[in-house]
Design a binder for this molecule. Structure first.
Ligand code: XIL
Length: 376
Protein backbone atom coordinates (compact mmCIF):
# COMPACT_ATOMS: atom_id res chain seq x y z
CA UNK A 1 0.00 0.00 0.00
CA UNK A 2 1.57 3.33 -0.97
CA UNK A 3 1.72 5.95 1.74
CA UNK A 4 -1.17 8.36 1.60
CA UNK A 5 -0.52 11.93 0.56
CA UNK A 6 -1.90 12.96 3.91
CA UNK A 7 0.92 11.22 5.72
CA UNK A 8 3.61 12.60 3.45
CA UNK A 9 2.24 16.04 2.66
CA UNK A 10 3.13 17.73 5.93
CA UNK A 11 6.56 16.23 5.83
CA UNK A 12 7.18 17.79 2.45
CA UNK A 13 5.90 21.13 3.70
CA UNK A 14 7.54 20.60 7.10
CA UNK A 15 5.33 22.92 9.20
CA UNK A 16 6.16 20.96 12.33
CA UNK A 17 9.87 21.34 11.75
CA UNK A 18 9.52 25.04 11.30
CA UNK A 19 7.38 25.46 14.39
CA UNK A 20 9.38 23.13 16.57
CA UNK A 21 12.61 24.89 15.73
CA UNK A 22 11.27 28.20 16.95
CA UNK A 23 10.81 26.63 20.40
CA UNK A 24 14.32 25.26 20.76
CA UNK A 25 16.06 26.97 23.67
CA UNK A 26 19.32 28.57 22.62
CA UNK A 27 21.32 26.29 24.89
CA UNK A 28 20.26 23.11 23.06
CA UNK A 29 21.28 22.31 19.49
CA UNK A 30 18.61 22.81 16.92
CA UNK A 31 18.62 19.40 15.27
CA UNK A 32 16.30 16.41 15.38
CA UNK A 33 16.81 14.31 18.51
CA UNK A 34 17.81 11.32 16.41
CA UNK A 35 20.70 13.31 14.93
CA UNK A 36 21.81 14.60 18.30
CA UNK A 37 21.70 11.07 19.73
CA UNK A 38 23.46 9.59 16.71
CA UNK A 39 26.27 12.15 16.88
CA UNK A 40 27.29 10.51 20.19
CA UNK A 41 26.59 6.91 19.20
CA UNK A 42 23.13 6.72 20.81
CA UNK A 43 19.77 5.79 19.34
CA UNK A 44 16.62 7.80 20.02
CA UNK A 45 13.20 6.55 18.95
CA UNK A 46 9.60 6.27 20.09
CA UNK A 47 6.49 4.11 20.12
CA UNK A 48 3.94 4.86 17.42
CA UNK A 49 0.70 3.41 16.10
CA UNK A 50 0.10 2.76 12.41
CA UNK A 51 -3.30 4.43 12.71
CA UNK A 52 -1.82 7.69 13.98
CA UNK A 53 0.85 7.66 11.29
CA UNK A 54 -1.92 7.39 8.69
CA UNK A 55 -4.51 9.73 10.27
CA UNK A 56 -2.43 12.44 11.93
CA UNK A 57 -0.05 14.03 9.44
CA UNK A 58 1.53 16.30 12.04
CA UNK A 59 2.31 13.33 14.26
CA UNK A 60 3.74 11.41 11.30
CA UNK A 61 5.92 14.34 10.30
CA UNK A 62 7.18 14.80 13.83
CA UNK A 63 8.11 11.11 14.17
CA UNK A 64 9.74 11.14 10.73
CA UNK A 65 11.80 14.10 11.86
CA UNK A 66 12.73 13.13 15.41
CA UNK A 67 12.86 9.35 15.72
CA UNK A 68 15.70 7.12 14.56
CA UNK A 69 13.70 3.97 15.35
CA UNK A 70 10.05 3.15 15.99
CA UNK A 71 8.19 0.60 18.11
CA UNK A 72 4.63 -0.56 17.41
CA UNK A 73 2.58 0.48 20.44
CA UNK A 74 0.12 -2.40 19.97
CA UNK A 75 0.43 -3.84 16.44
CA UNK A 76 2.93 -6.56 17.40
CA UNK A 77 1.11 -7.69 20.55
CA UNK A 78 -0.36 -11.17 20.67
CA UNK A 79 -4.06 -10.21 20.52
CA UNK A 80 -3.52 -8.13 17.39
CA UNK A 81 -1.30 -10.65 15.62
CA UNK A 82 -3.27 -13.83 16.41
CA UNK A 83 -6.82 -12.92 17.52
CA UNK A 84 -7.99 -16.49 16.98
CA UNK A 85 -5.90 -19.59 17.18
CA UNK A 86 -4.21 -20.11 13.83
CA UNK A 87 -5.63 -16.91 12.29
CA UNK A 88 -2.91 -14.29 12.02
CA UNK A 89 -3.52 -10.65 11.19
CA UNK A 90 -0.36 -8.76 10.35
CA UNK A 91 -2.10 -5.94 8.47
CA UNK A 92 -1.68 -3.25 11.20
CA UNK A 93 1.95 -4.21 11.76
CA UNK A 94 2.61 -4.34 8.01
CA UNK A 95 1.30 -0.78 7.65
CA UNK A 96 3.74 0.37 10.31
CA UNK A 97 6.60 -1.57 8.74
CA UNK A 98 5.90 0.03 5.36
CA UNK A 99 5.96 3.51 6.86
CA UNK A 100 9.20 2.74 8.69
CA UNK A 101 10.77 1.31 5.58
CA UNK A 102 9.84 4.40 3.58
CA UNK A 103 11.65 6.57 6.13
CA UNK A 104 14.48 4.03 6.61
CA UNK A 105 13.79 3.58 10.30
CA UNK A 106 14.52 0.33 12.10
CA UNK A 107 11.61 -1.21 14.05
CA UNK A 108 11.73 -3.00 17.42
CA UNK A 109 9.31 -5.84 18.03
CA UNK A 110 7.06 -5.62 21.10
CA UNK A 111 6.12 -8.14 22.53
CA UNK A 112 6.03 -11.91 21.94
CA UNK A 113 5.31 -13.33 25.41
CA UNK A 114 3.40 -11.15 27.88
CA UNK A 115 0.62 -11.62 30.42
CA UNK A 116 -1.32 -8.71 28.88
CA UNK A 117 -2.83 -8.20 25.42
CA UNK A 118 -3.67 -11.89 25.14
CA UNK A 119 -6.78 -12.87 23.19
CA UNK A 120 -9.37 -14.87 25.16
CA UNK A 121 -8.38 -18.21 23.61
CA UNK A 122 -4.79 -18.21 24.89
CA UNK A 123 -5.20 -18.71 28.66
CA UNK A 124 -7.38 -21.84 28.45
CA UNK A 125 -5.15 -23.27 25.73
CA UNK A 126 -1.80 -22.74 27.43
CA UNK A 127 -2.96 -23.85 30.87
CA UNK A 128 -4.28 -27.14 29.49
CA UNK A 129 -0.87 -28.84 29.47
CA UNK A 130 2.80 -27.87 29.15
CA UNK A 131 2.95 -29.51 25.72
CA UNK A 132 -0.01 -27.47 24.49
CA UNK A 133 1.49 -24.28 25.96
CA UNK A 134 4.77 -24.83 24.19
CA UNK A 135 3.00 -25.62 20.93
CA UNK A 136 1.01 -22.36 21.15
CA UNK A 137 4.14 -20.36 21.88
CA UNK A 138 6.11 -21.98 19.07
CA UNK A 139 3.34 -21.61 16.50
CA UNK A 140 3.14 -17.90 17.31
CA UNK A 141 6.91 -17.50 17.02
CA UNK A 142 7.01 -19.53 13.80
CA UNK A 143 4.55 -17.28 12.05
CA UNK A 144 5.51 -13.91 13.52
CA UNK A 145 9.29 -14.24 13.41
CA UNK A 146 9.24 -15.59 9.86
CA UNK A 147 6.93 -12.79 8.77
CA UNK A 148 9.02 -10.01 10.33
CA UNK A 149 12.56 -11.37 10.03
CA UNK A 150 13.62 -9.00 7.27
CA UNK A 151 12.44 -5.87 9.08
CA UNK A 152 12.58 -6.51 12.83
CA UNK A 153 15.94 -7.50 14.25
CA UNK A 154 15.24 -6.86 17.92
CA UNK A 155 12.26 -8.27 19.84
CA UNK A 156 10.97 -8.00 23.36
CA UNK A 157 10.71 -11.78 23.58
CA UNK A 158 9.48 -11.70 27.19
CA UNK A 159 7.73 -8.63 28.57
CA UNK A 160 7.19 -7.88 32.27
CA UNK A 161 8.00 -11.32 33.76
CA UNK A 162 8.88 -10.09 37.27
CA UNK A 163 6.25 -10.01 40.03
CA UNK A 164 5.58 -6.62 41.63
CA UNK A 165 6.81 -6.70 45.25
CA UNK A 166 4.76 -5.41 48.20
CA UNK A 167 4.63 -1.62 48.19
CA UNK A 168 4.26 -1.41 44.38
CA UNK A 169 1.24 0.28 42.78
CA UNK A 170 -0.18 -3.14 41.94
CA UNK A 171 1.59 -5.53 44.30
CA UNK A 172 1.59 -9.20 43.56
CA UNK A 173 3.44 -11.55 45.91
CA UNK A 174 5.95 -13.75 44.17
CA UNK A 175 4.35 -17.17 44.60
CA UNK A 176 5.96 -20.55 44.79
CA UNK A 177 7.29 -19.92 41.30
CA UNK A 178 10.04 -17.68 42.60
CA UNK A 179 10.15 -14.10 41.45
CA UNK A 180 7.87 -14.36 38.45
CA UNK A 181 4.45 -12.75 38.15
CA UNK A 182 1.34 -14.80 37.65
CA UNK A 183 0.54 -15.27 33.96
CA UNK A 184 -1.01 -17.95 31.76
CA UNK A 185 2.49 -18.73 30.48
CA UNK A 186 3.75 -19.31 34.03
CA UNK A 187 0.74 -21.46 34.89
CA UNK A 188 1.09 -23.46 31.70
CA UNK A 189 4.84 -23.95 31.47
CA UNK A 190 6.14 -23.21 34.96
CA UNK A 191 8.97 -20.76 35.71
CA UNK A 192 10.98 -22.12 32.81
CA UNK A 193 8.64 -20.38 30.36
CA UNK A 194 11.11 -17.49 30.14
CA UNK A 195 13.96 -19.78 29.08
CA UNK A 196 11.65 -21.70 26.75
CA UNK A 197 10.63 -18.49 24.99
CA UNK A 198 14.19 -17.21 24.62
CA UNK A 199 15.44 -20.55 23.30
CA UNK A 200 12.54 -20.82 20.87
CA UNK A 201 13.27 -17.34 19.51
CA UNK A 202 16.98 -18.04 19.10
CA UNK A 203 16.26 -21.35 17.42
CA UNK A 204 14.14 -19.61 14.80
CA UNK A 205 16.50 -16.71 14.15
CA UNK A 206 20.10 -17.01 15.20
CA UNK A 207 21.00 -13.33 14.85
CA UNK A 208 17.90 -11.75 16.29
CA UNK A 209 18.58 -9.54 19.32
CA UNK A 210 16.64 -11.14 22.18
CA UNK A 211 15.43 -8.68 24.78
CA UNK A 212 13.72 -9.13 28.14
CA UNK A 213 11.75 -6.02 29.05
CA UNK A 214 10.36 -4.89 32.44
CA UNK A 215 9.27 -1.90 34.52
CA UNK A 216 9.18 -0.72 38.12
CA UNK A 217 12.96 -1.02 38.58
CA UNK A 218 13.87 2.65 38.26
CA UNK A 219 12.90 4.35 41.52
CA UNK A 220 14.70 4.76 44.84
CA UNK A 221 12.13 2.84 46.89
CA UNK A 222 12.05 -0.48 48.76
CA UNK A 223 9.69 -2.07 46.23
CA UNK A 224 11.80 -1.01 43.24
CA UNK A 225 14.90 -2.25 45.07
CA UNK A 226 13.25 -5.64 45.56
CA UNK A 227 12.14 -5.74 41.92
CA UNK A 228 15.70 -4.99 40.81
CA UNK A 229 16.90 -7.89 42.98
CA UNK A 230 14.30 -10.21 41.44
CA UNK A 231 15.22 -9.18 37.90
CA UNK A 232 18.94 -9.63 38.53
CA UNK A 233 18.27 -13.06 40.06
CA UNK A 234 16.37 -14.09 36.93
CA UNK A 235 19.13 -12.76 34.65
CA UNK A 236 21.82 -14.62 36.60
CA UNK A 237 19.88 -17.88 36.52
CA UNK A 238 19.40 -17.51 32.75
CA UNK A 239 23.11 -16.88 32.31
CA UNK A 240 24.05 -19.82 34.56
CA UNK A 241 21.91 -22.10 32.41
CA UNK A 242 23.28 -20.69 29.12
CA UNK A 243 19.88 -19.42 28.05
CA UNK A 244 20.24 -17.06 25.08
CA UNK A 245 19.60 -13.39 25.92
CA UNK A 246 21.20 -10.27 24.49
CA UNK A 247 19.60 -7.28 26.13
CA UNK A 248 17.42 -5.99 28.93
CA UNK A 249 14.85 -3.31 28.27
CA UNK A 250 14.10 -1.00 31.18
CA UNK A 251 10.78 0.58 30.38
CA UNK A 252 11.28 3.85 32.25
CA UNK A 253 7.67 4.75 33.05
CA UNK A 254 8.80 7.27 35.66
CA UNK A 255 6.63 8.75 38.41
CA UNK A 256 7.35 12.15 39.92
CA UNK A 257 5.93 11.06 43.28
CA UNK A 258 8.72 8.49 43.60
CA UNK A 259 12.25 9.31 44.67
CA UNK A 260 15.01 8.75 42.14
CA UNK A 261 18.69 8.14 42.85
CA UNK A 262 21.03 8.46 39.86
CA UNK A 263 23.75 6.50 41.69
CA UNK A 264 21.47 3.57 42.51
CA UNK A 265 20.03 3.43 39.00
CA UNK A 266 23.44 3.75 37.34
CA UNK A 267 24.74 0.86 39.48
CA UNK A 268 21.75 -1.27 38.46
CA UNK A 269 22.42 -0.65 34.76
CA UNK A 270 26.07 -1.53 35.37
CA UNK A 271 25.05 -4.74 37.17
CA UNK A 272 23.09 -5.82 34.08
CA UNK A 273 25.95 -4.84 31.77
CA UNK A 274 28.34 -6.88 33.93
CA UNK A 275 26.30 -9.96 32.99
CA UNK A 276 27.28 -9.33 29.37
CA UNK A 277 23.89 -7.87 28.44
CA UNK A 278 23.02 -4.65 26.64
CA UNK A 279 20.62 -2.21 28.29
CA UNK A 280 17.96 -0.21 26.48
CA UNK A 281 15.54 2.33 27.89
CA UNK A 282 12.46 1.25 25.99
CA UNK A 283 9.35 3.18 27.10
CA UNK A 284 10.31 6.43 28.81
CA UNK A 285 7.53 8.78 29.92
CA UNK A 286 6.73 10.60 33.15
CA UNK A 287 3.63 10.63 35.35
CA UNK A 288 3.25 13.83 37.32
CA UNK A 289 1.97 14.09 40.87
CA UNK A 290 -1.81 14.26 41.25
CA UNK A 291 -2.89 17.01 41.19
CA UNK A 292 0.10 18.60 39.42
CA UNK A 293 1.73 21.51 41.24
CA UNK A 294 2.43 24.87 39.57
CA UNK A 295 2.05 26.26 36.06
CA UNK A 296 3.19 24.53 32.88
CA UNK A 297 6.65 26.09 33.08
CA UNK A 298 7.24 24.78 36.60
CA UNK A 299 5.77 21.37 35.82
CA UNK A 300 7.83 21.01 32.66
CA UNK A 301 10.99 22.04 34.49
CA UNK A 302 10.42 19.35 37.15
CA UNK A 303 9.80 16.66 34.51
CA UNK A 304 12.87 17.78 32.55
CA UNK A 305 15.10 17.61 35.63
CA UNK A 306 13.94 14.07 36.36
CA UNK A 307 14.39 12.98 32.74
CA UNK A 308 17.86 14.49 32.55
CA UNK A 309 19.08 12.72 35.68
CA UNK A 310 17.44 9.44 34.63
CA UNK A 311 18.80 9.47 31.06
CA UNK A 312 22.26 10.60 32.18
CA UNK A 313 22.44 7.82 34.78
CA UNK A 314 21.32 5.27 32.18
CA UNK A 315 23.98 6.44 29.71
CA UNK A 316 26.71 6.51 32.37
CA UNK A 317 25.74 2.95 33.25
CA UNK A 318 26.14 1.90 29.60
CA UNK A 319 22.71 2.18 27.94
CA UNK A 320 23.03 3.26 24.29
CA UNK A 321 19.36 3.40 23.26
CA UNK A 322 16.56 5.51 24.70
CA UNK A 323 13.01 5.33 23.41
CA UNK A 324 10.00 7.29 24.59
CA UNK A 325 6.51 5.74 24.72
CA UNK A 326 4.97 8.14 22.21
CA UNK A 327 6.32 11.59 21.49
CA UNK A 328 3.53 14.10 22.23
CA UNK A 329 1.31 14.33 25.33
CA UNK A 330 -1.65 14.44 22.97
CA UNK A 331 -1.50 10.81 21.96
CA UNK A 332 0.09 9.41 25.11
CA UNK A 333 -1.37 6.33 26.79
CA UNK A 334 -0.92 8.28 30.06
CA UNK A 335 -4.23 10.03 29.56
CA UNK A 336 -6.06 7.24 27.72
CA UNK A 337 -5.40 4.71 30.51
CA UNK A 338 -7.82 5.41 33.39
CA UNK A 339 -5.55 3.88 36.02
CA UNK A 340 -2.72 6.32 35.34
CA UNK A 341 -4.54 9.41 33.99
CA UNK A 342 -4.82 12.70 35.89
CA UNK A 343 -8.25 14.06 36.73
CA UNK A 344 -10.37 15.16 33.74
CA UNK A 345 -9.16 18.43 32.24
CA UNK A 346 -5.50 17.77 32.92
CA UNK A 347 -2.91 15.55 31.24
CA UNK A 348 0.53 14.35 32.23
CA UNK A 349 3.20 16.48 30.54
CA UNK A 350 5.52 13.49 30.36
CA UNK A 351 6.78 13.39 26.75
CA UNK A 352 9.13 15.62 24.70
CA UNK A 353 6.28 17.45 22.88
CA UNK A 354 3.11 18.94 24.34
CA UNK A 355 -0.51 18.66 23.19
CA UNK A 356 0.02 21.31 20.47
CA UNK A 357 3.27 19.67 19.36
CA UNK A 358 5.52 22.31 20.85
CA UNK A 359 8.87 21.16 22.10
CA UNK A 360 9.07 21.11 25.88
CA UNK A 361 11.93 21.26 28.31
CA UNK A 362 11.93 17.46 28.32
CA UNK A 363 13.13 17.54 24.70
CA UNK A 364 16.03 19.72 25.74
CA UNK A 365 16.78 17.49 28.74
CA UNK A 366 17.09 14.49 26.42
CA UNK A 367 19.23 16.42 23.93
CA UNK A 368 21.60 17.52 26.69
CA UNK A 369 21.78 14.03 28.21
CA UNK A 370 22.64 12.54 24.79
CA UNK A 371 25.39 15.15 24.47
CA UNK A 372 26.76 14.39 27.94
CA UNK A 373 25.90 17.93 29.08
CA UNK A 374 24.59 18.97 32.49
CA UNK A 375 20.90 19.81 32.90
CA UNK A 376 21.88 23.43 32.08
C1 XIL B 1 0.24 0.21 26.55
C2 XIL B 1 -0.29 1.00 25.36
O1 XIL B 1 0.41 2.22 25.27
C3 XIL B 1 -1.76 1.26 25.56
O2 XIL B 1 -2.29 1.92 24.42
C4 XIL B 1 -2.48 -0.07 25.79
O3 XIL B 1 -3.81 0.19 26.07
C5 XIL B 1 -1.86 -0.82 26.95
O4 XIL B 1 -0.48 -0.99 26.68
N1 XIL B 1 4.21 -1.44 29.23
C6 XIL B 1 4.26 -2.01 27.99
C7 XIL B 1 3.44 -1.45 26.89
O5 XIL B 1 5.08 -2.92 27.76
O6 XIL B 1 3.06 -2.43 25.95
C8 XIL B 1 2.24 -0.74 27.41
O7 XIL B 1 1.56 -0.13 26.31
C9 XIL B 1 2.61 0.27 28.47
C10 XIL B 1 3.27 -0.41 29.63
Amino acid sequence: MPLSRRALGPLLLAPVTARAQSFTPASAPNQPLTQIAQSRGFTYGCAVTARLLADEPEFAALVAQEAGLVVPEYEAKFDTLQPEQGRFDTAPLDALLRWAEHFRKPVRGHALVWHNALPAWVAPAVTESPARAQAVMEAHFDHVLAHTSARIRDWDVVNEPIANPPGSDVPEPAGNSGDLRDSPWLRGLGPDYVATALRAARQRDRTLRLTLNDYGVEADSPSAEEKRRRLLRLLRSLRDRNVPLDAVGIQGHLQMREAFSPAIFRAFVQDIRALGLQVLITELDVREVRPPVGDFVARDAAVARRVHEFASAAFEGGARTLLTWGISDRWSWLHREQTVALDPGDVHRGLPYDWELNRKQMWRALARAFLGQSAG
